[in-house]
Design a protein around this ligand. Structure first.
Ligand code: 13P
Ligand code: SF4
Length: 327
């Protein structure tokens, strides 16, 4: 099989992590997706955890959960393919309801979203009257609909501080809630949810890393347990990790998060060595070139939000987007 000029040019973007022999097997899907995007008037919004061939070769907009939500509002195209997980596609649909939103694999869930139901939120409210409910975007639209406003890992501090109250219900990630409580001094009531990717990191992993890679700067995602954040040099969302590397230019860095993150950003920062301890998110990895191509060929799987939920869930997300964030 030979590569077209277009495929050969695109390969330059991923050659740091994708062997040429593998790219040859991908090029056909990449070309088909680019063609289908034109035919369907579609854009691909891709989370930072997508594999490099998705992130660099077919995505139109990439970023963390906050950036994808902000960008979804401004999409003009008829179709949004959300290369990420189900809650991200629901958020895009809430924010731009006139668009057709597709997800490559309907089973792309999230352990956090699955940890909590609308009834759980109502029970927390009943047990804590008058305490505002701040819900992580990693939840279903039905859970968002029971909430006062949402947050992401990129704006959680600002969202909590914007309320000006001493106590909040912050759900469903017990670790994000604990980390943000320490940063803001606001008391949090939370829920026993966790990200199955980030909860597996331990302080011992960080100690091992520092021994094996002297001088390494450790950046941890705030979905990691507080004991991990304690021994890291910095904690922030996936986009904040990129900003940290861009501004501080560490010689050697470890991103304590999902595996594709380092693969995707390494090329942008040739002066930084990326040490790659990581855990895979099986839900994110359901996005493949083949599943994206299939979604665009068949115009499946469409993500919709029931009308009785959509208005209330949209309000919670829009209130989040109104909160000013320094970054
Ligand atoms: P951010 O990209 O917003 O940091 O979120 C990480 C994550 O786990 C998304 O599912
Ligand atoms: Fe959910 Fe964690 Fe996967 Fe993100 S990385 S989708 S929070 S399970």
């Amino acid at each position: 099989m030979t590569m077209t000029v277009n495929a050969a040019n695109l390969y330059q973007r991923v050659s740091h992590v994708v062997p040429a022999v593998e790219w040859i097997t991908m090029a056909d899907d990449v070309e088909a997706i680019l063609q289908l995007k034109r035919e369907r008037n579609a854009v691909i919004l891709a989370h930072n955890y997508m594999t490099p061939e998705i992130f660099h070769a077919v995505a139109d907009i990439t970023g963390d959960s906050l950036a994808l939500a902000r960008e979804a509002v401004n999409v003009d195209a008829d179709v949004i393919v959300l290369a990420g997980v189900h809650f991200m596609a629901e958020t895009a649909k809430l924010l731009n309801p006139g668009k057709t939103v597709l997800i490559p694999d309907l089973a792309s869930g999230c352990s956090l979203a699955e940890s909590i139901t609308p009834a759980d939120v109502r029970a927390l409210r009943a047990a804590n009257p008058g305490v505002p409910v701040v819900t992580y975007v990693n939840t279903s639209a039905a859970v968002k609909a029971e909430s006062d406003l949402c947050c992401t890992s990129g704006n959680a501090v600002e969202v909590i501080e914007s309320l000006g109250v001493p106590k909040v219900i912050m759900i469903p990630d017990q670790y994000l809630a604990a980390n943000i409580a320490r940063q803001t001094g606001v008391e949090v009531i939370t829920h026993p949810g966790a990200c199955e990717v980030h909860e597996r990191f331990t302080p011992a992993d960080i100690t091992d890393l520092r021994e094996s890679w002297p001088g390494v700067t450790v950046l941890a995602h705030p979905e990691c347990p507080p004991a991990v954040v304690d021994v890291a040099d910095y904690a922030g969302s996936t986009a904040q990790m990129v900003d940290f590397v861009a501004t501080r230019q560490p010689e050697r860095v470890a991103l304590i998060t999902e595996c594709s993150m380092s693969d995707n950003v390494a090329q942008q920062f040739p002066g930084t060595e990326f040490v790659r301890p990581c855990n895979l998110c099986p839900h994110m990895k359901r996005n493949t070139l083949a599943s994206i191509r299939h979604a665009l060929e068949t115009m499946t799987n469409e993500v919709t939000v029931p009308a009785d939920v959509a208005d209330r869930a949209r309000t919670a997300v829009e209130r989040m987007l109104e909160v000013k964030v320094t970054k």
